[in-house]
Design a protein around this ligand. Structure first.
Ligand code: NI
Length: 167
């Protein structure tokens, strides 16, 4: 287990599509542990493997109030419903946040660390984090959902803002 450096925009790994995991072996479990350690150190909501330079489809999400971090391997959104505007930031784009249009709720599926298929219906921050992190696996950043990078809002208090909305 280790805290890994978080790659920042415009690093090329953030623009590449991560590869599907065929078998959840020791290396994938170790990757998931590193993602969790790195996420906790950074104080964000979620992290995708691309953000530490590993092009495999693994994400972790930690919702405040939840005891355990969530780990999803090969996660997919299977259904999206509605639209809402939410405040969003990204650990790979430090110093900024923006208002992004996301779904009101989503259905998603993925494998847990025991290779068990998990299906869930998510709303609020979990839905937003699933959309944000699965975007990362496809080389998409929240900036891409803005009409212009001029819509990026500088954080007045970077540490506090990133801790609140960083993913
Ligand atoms: Ni992010």
């Amino acid at each position: 287990m280790a805290v890994r450096p978080i790659l920042e925009y415009p690093h090329v790994a953030l623009r590449q599509k991560a590869k599907k995991v065929r078998k959840i072996d020791k290396s994938i479990l170790s990757l998931a542990d590193d993602l969790i350690d790195t996420l906790y150190e950074a104080g964000g909501v979620g992290l995708a493997a691309n953000q530490i330079g590993v092009l495999r489809r693994v994400i972790v999400i930690h919702i405040p109030d939840e005891v355990e971090p969530r780990i999803y391997v090969n996660p997919e959104i299977t259904h999206r419903e509605g639209e809402r505007d939410v405040e969003e930031g990204c650990l790979s784009v430090p110093g900024y946040h923006a208002i992004v249009t996301r779904s009101i709720w989503v259905k998603a599926k993925g494998l847990d660390r025991q290779s068990k298929l998990i299906r869930l219906r998510a709303e609020d921050l979990l839905a937003q984090a699933l959309e944000h992190e699965i975007d990362h696996l496809n080389g998409i950043l929240y900036l891409d959902h803005l009409e212009s990078h001029q819509d990026l809002i500088p954080n007045e208090h970077p540490a506090a803002e990133v801790a609140e909305v960083g993913a």
